[in-house]
Design a protein around this ligand. Sequence first.
Ligand code: MG
Length: 334
Amino acid sequence: MTETVTLAHGAGGQQTSDLIDQVFKKHFANPYLTADDAAVLPAPKGRIAMTTDGFIVSPAFFPGGNIGKLSICGTVNDLSCMGAKPLYLTCSFVIEEGFPMEKLEEIAAAMEKTAAECGVRIVAGDTKVAGKGQVDGVFITTTGVGEIAEGVETSGAKAAPGDAVIVTGDIGRHGCTILLLRDEFGIDADVTSDCAPLWGAVESILRVAPDVHVIRDATRGGVGTVLYEIAGQSHVGIRISQPDIPVQPAVRGVCRMLGLEPLYLACEGRLVIFVRAEEAEQVVEALRQTPYGTGAAVIGHVTEDYPGKVVMTTEIGTQSMLPRPGGELLPRIC
Ligand code: MG
């Protein structure tokens, strides 16, 4: 095979089948992935969840992952938030002519590894090649189907006064990692993306709190945006305590330098969870036993007061309204 992707790889002929065989089939092989027009799959018994997401992160490779890993995590995590065990995934690639074959294979290998980790099968795919300059490197869209655990009904509209608000670990690392890779800031710090597949974390929550009210992954817009979304959807107020919010010192340092609020930096491996207060401790304990939940913590609770708003108590005990999420800090973060 050539060292870079050429327009011929997207033309549907011999080169296309070479690319599929040598890069994609090699990494995604499973009994459901065939050469037919669509995957034929056993249907789950109960309800299913289905979701789709496009990934255009720049740069495509970053400390802690690459666009391939991210494209699996993003869709797996959205399914997981609905209490759905991820079953099947499709992926669609748009690749720029001239993209290094070696990099494409690295992306496919990361997808294979991440999919295997959470037991999801890649059952169909598509490859298109666009001319030089028509896309930037590689864009990936993944669509996923999951089976919702029996009796589980999570929704952003179910937060209730008294609920505890939990995050599964330190926040803002993905956004901070991408920001540091962009030349314009000229800051050096050792930060790795939190990008991770979270079905295992959700399973651990469901075991101890099957009636969990809300699970949402904090991605673009960070935890702060999720809190405002839930406050709005559930018509409740949320009070959080700044000293209880886990933030890595390096991330905190970068935020101080640039005047940023870590609550609004993107995460790609963190959940925000709303459960009844009496279940909170058990949920935190269960999460801490999982690989991506070791830093789980309660950061606040839901109130009847000030519906639709998020209030933060600071380290020195003052209270202030968390500013509402504004415009995009950085484009192409995921
Ligand atoms: Mg989501």
